[in-house]
Ligand binder design. Structure first.
Ligand SMILES: Cc1cc2nc3c(=O)[nH]c(=O)nc-3n(C[C@H](O)[C@H](O)[C@H](O)COP(=O)(O)OP(=O)(O)OC[C@H]3O[C@@H](n4cnc5c(N)ncnc54)[C@H](O)[C@@H]3O)c2cc1C
Length: 280
C-alpha cells in the first residue's frame, strides 16, 4: 500500500485543497476543450495528460479522420482556435470542405490548441482518485497529492481495446504489435507488416482503415467479418471508402486528393498475423 506523503508534500496538498476547483484528467480533444472552457470562465483548474497521445500512439500513421474538417475543431470559449484557424496561423494549406483531415495535422492542431489556450497543461499521470469530504483527492505519478472540488475524467477509449477471447490462443503472451496477434490500437507504423499476410478481423472503421493502409504498405490482406456484406453503412459513410469485393483499397494519390477509389480488390489469403478489432 502506498504511503501518504508527509512534510512538504502533505502541506502542498493542504494548500491545493484550499485553492483548486477542478482537476481535468486528459489532454485529448475533450480534456483540452473542457480545460479551455473552465479557464474561459475563470475556474481554477489543473490539467493533466500528454497532449493528443492516443492520436499519436494508438492510431496509424497515414490515417485520415472520418469527421469532416468543419466537424474536427476542438471547442473553445472564444474565436480563433478552430482547425481552420490553426491552418491559417501555421501557414499550411486550408483543410476545408470534404478534404480528409490527415491525422498528423490533427495531432499538430491539438498540440497548437493546447499551447494557445491551455498553457498550464501538466504531463504528470494521475494514478489514483479518491473521494474525500467536499471533493476528491488526486495522486500523481510524481508523488504529489492534491485535493479538488471536482474531477473531470477525459481519459479516452484507449483502455477499452478488446480482443475476442476466441483469438487469445494465437498469442499466449497477449496481443502485441510485433506478435502474431495484435489490436489495431497497438499499431502506429503499419509498414512493419509490409510483405506479410494479415487477417483483419472486423468491419468497423478501424478495421477497414487498417486494411487499406496495410494494402498500401504491400501487405497481403484479408478482412474477416461475421455477417454477410463487408462494409456497414456507417463504415461506408464515415470512411467514404467505396469497397470492392471483400477488401477496401485506396490509392495514396487519390486519397491525398480527397478521393477514395475501389481501384482493385486486395488479394486475400490465409493469415499468419492477425490484427483484431471487435466488430459491433
Ligand atoms: C481509429 C480511430 C479513428 C477516429 N477518428 C475520429 C474522427 O475522425 N473524428 C472524431 O471526432 N473522432 C474520431 N475518433 C474518436 C476519438 O479518438 C475520440 O472520440 C477522442 O479522441 C476522445 O477524446 P478524449 O479527449 O476523450 O480522449 P483521448 O483523445 O483518447 O485522450 C486521452 C487523454 O487522456 C490522457 N490520460 C489517460 N489516462 C491518464 C492518466 N491516468 N493521467 C493523466 N492523463 C491521462 C492521455 O494522455 C490523453 O491526453 C477516432 C477513434 C479511433 C480509435
Amino acid at each position: 500500500m502506498r504511503q501518504r506523503p508527509r512534510g512538504p508534500a502533505a502541506r502542498r496538498s493542504q494548500l491545493n485543497a484550499a485553492s483548486l476547483d477542478v482537476v481535468v484528467l486528459g489532454a485529448g480533444p475533450y480534456g483540452l476543450a473542457v480545460a479551455a472552457h473552465l479557464r474561459g470562465r475563470g475556474v481554477i483548474a489543473r490539467v493533466f495528460g500528454d497532449p493528443m497521445s492516443s492520436w499519436r500512439d494508438q492510431m496509424p500513421i497515414g490515417m485520415f479522420l472520418k469527421s469532416t474538417p468543419s466537424a474536427s475543431s476542438i471547442s473553445a470559449p472564444r474565436r480563433g482556435h478552430t482547425l481552420g484557424d490553426y491552418c491559417a496561423a501555421t501557414g499550411i494549406d486550408p483543410i476545408v470542405g470534404y478534404r480528409p483531415v490527415p491525422v498528423a495535422d490533427f495531432i499538430a492542431y491539438g498540440c497548437w490548441f493546447a499551447e494557445q489556450i491551455v498553457p498550464q497543461l501538466e504531463r504528470s499521470r494521475i494514478v489514483r482518485i479518491d473521494r474525500r469530504p467536499g471533493g476528491f483527492e488526486v495522486a500523481l505519478d510524481s508523488g504529489e497529492e492534491l485535493a479538488a472540488r471536482a474531477v473531470v475524467v477525459a481519459s479516452g477509449a484507449g483502455e477499452f481495446a478488446h480482443v475476442p477471447p476466441e483469438l487469445e490462443a494465437l498469442s499466449p503472451d497477449g496481443p502485441s504489435a510485433d506478435g502474431p496477434l495484435s489490436h489495431t490500437s497497438q499499431h502506429r507504423d503499419l509498414s512493419l507488416l509490409s510483405g506479410r499476410r494479415v487477417a483483419v478481423v472486423g468491419r468497423g472503421q478501424s478495421a477497414l482503415e487498417t486494411a487499406a493502409l496495410l494494402h498500401e504498405h504491400g501487405a497481403d490482406v484479408r478482412v474477416l467479418v461475421r455477417a454477410p456484406g463487408c462494409c456497414s453503412a456507417t463504415a461506408r459513410r464515415t470512411s467514404r471508402a467505396r469497397v470492392a469485393g471483400r477488401c477496401a483499397t485506396r490509392s495514396p494519390r487519390s486519397a491525398r486528393a480527397g478521393r477514395w477509389s475501389s481501384s482493385r480488390t486486395a488479394r486475400c489469403s490465409i493469415a499468419t498475423c492477425a490484427t483484431t478489432r471487435a466488430c459491433a
